[in-house]
Design a protein around this ligand. Structure first.
Ligand code: SF4
Length: 419
């Protein structure tokens, strides 16, 4: 136990305004609660120090919300508190998410001095009109300036977030965004496809409208980005994440590799050993709960071996290193053979590749990843149910019901035949 490592996630639920596509837990116009939130956050971390001190902290991630809007002073206080645990490793990766409109040189320097060493910037697009349409507060010019500030402040590890499939976005426009950002030479670039989530402002406006690039177009944009980024030395190490060698996000890898992390703040999740839990997704309830000693836990569950294996498959296949038979057998203590036949089938279609001990998606496989991972999970579920007659009956009867096929599902059947 003593030499195990832990990632710490700190959720900062404040934003200057709400972006049109955002469904993260964040509040706009709640600035007057920042002071109380900081008090609660520090108190919560302090009371968790005995648990934290059982590990070495090798990553800290300030996410949100907009940590840069919350301000360097408060963020540095959190870093200092974590240092006081005596367990924050000198070489720990400390990331701060930032938006260009709230990145100030003085504060960046302050954070760098406190030990922050990685910035994750939400740039999204180099097109000002698109930025306005999706409700971003910054312009491309501000993003350029903010990036330079990060470098001036001494940050040698900067990640840039981009979104493709935005309203009115053309391939030329996406190419322009990518080439501009590649020209900055950040160490890490994330490219996320726009997903219109119900309840967001953009869902109301754009849901089922032709202004949003369709699936084929999204796929084209993804392939274009993957190829261009690889050509400029950005290796894809997860479906949406590309970086120069050695600059993978250590913190995010923890999520994908099922390693331990502890989250603080409303809606923050933790996964420590075999326990998973999350806190209330409500700023006021979180503050009051922590400061008055009332429970702030929203969910808590023990993770079974079966769930671990399910997550291993689901998260592992999102990464470029994929999954291995040896690791899988260790997670589930179960036979890899049924998955192997499915993976071999995928390999024949050019969707996965096998480098001897590991199986991972190719670019075309990544495009179909939701579907293909679904297929693999189905095989796994069938296998798990074999020892449980009731579940087997349910699965058999589902097969007989012949549920109507969605478009993607019929496509998969078509290209795979009846295999
Ligand atoms: S800045 Fe980030 S967290 Fe805040 S509303 Fe926009 S997308 Fe959401």
């Amino acid at each position: 136990m003593e030499d195990k490592t832990l990632g710490i996630y700190i959720h900062i639920p404040f934003c200057a305004s709400k972006c049109g596509y955002c469904d993260f837990y964040s509040c706009a116009g709640a600035d007057k609660m920042m002071g109380k939130y900081q008090e609660a956050l520090l108190a919560h971390i302090k009371e968790s120090l005995p648990q934290i001190q059982r590990y070495y902290i090798d990553s800290v991630y300030f996410g949100g919300g907009t940590p840069s809007y919350y301000g360097a002073k408060y963020l540095c206080e959190v870093v200092e508190l974590l240092k006081s645990s005596g367990k924050l490793l000198r070489e720990a990766e400390i990331t701060v998410e930032m938006n260009p409109d709230s990145m100030r040189l003085g504060e960046l320097k302050q954070l760098r001095r406190a030990g922050a060493n990685r910035i994750s910037m939400g740039v999204q697009s180099a097109n000002d009109e698109i930025l306005r349409t999706i409700g971003r507060r910054h312009t491309y010019g501000q993003a350029v300036k903010a990036y330079m500030f990060a470098r001036q402040a001494g940050f040698e590890n900067v990640s840039v977030d981009l979104i493709y499939g935005l309203p009115g976005q053309t391939k030329e426009d996406w190419a322009d965004t990518l080439s501009k950002v590649i020209g900055w030479n950040p160490e890490h670039i994330s490219c996320y496809g726009l997903k219109l989530e119900e309840g967001t402002a953009m869902y109301e406006v754009y849901h089922d409208t032709p202004a949003i690039p369709d699936d084929d177009m999204q796929a084209d944009l993804y392939i274009y980005a993957s190829e261009l980024l690889e050509r400029y030395g950005y290796r894809r190490y997860e479906i949406s994440n590309f970086c120069h060698k050695g600059y993978e996000s250590r913190h995010n890898l923890k999520y994908w590799k099922l390693q331990d992390y502890m989250g603080f703040g409303p809606g923050a999740h933790s996964c420590v050993e075999n326990l998973r839990y999350s806190y209330v997704r409500d700023l006021q309830k979180y503050i009051t709960g922590v400061l008055t000693g009332r429970p702030v836990l929203a969910e808590r569950e023990e993770i079974s071996g079966i769930e671990r294996a399910y997550e291993y498959l689901m998260l592992g296949m999102r990464t470029a290193s994929g999954i291995s038979e040896k690791e899988y057998s260790r997670q589930l203590r179960s036979d890899f053979a049924p998955l192997l036949s499915k993976l071999e089938l995928f390999r024949d279609k050019g969707w996965v590749e096998n480098n001897g001990s590991r199986w991972a998606f190719t670019t075309s496989g990544f495009l179909l990843s939701n579907l293909l991972i679904g297929e693999l999970l189905e095989v796994q579920a069938q296998q798990n149910a074999m020892g449980i007659p009731y579940l087997q009956q349910v699965l058999d009867s589902m097969d007989r019901e012949e549920l109507p096929m969605g478009e993607e599902e019929s496509f998969l059947r078509e290209v795979m035949g009846n295999a």
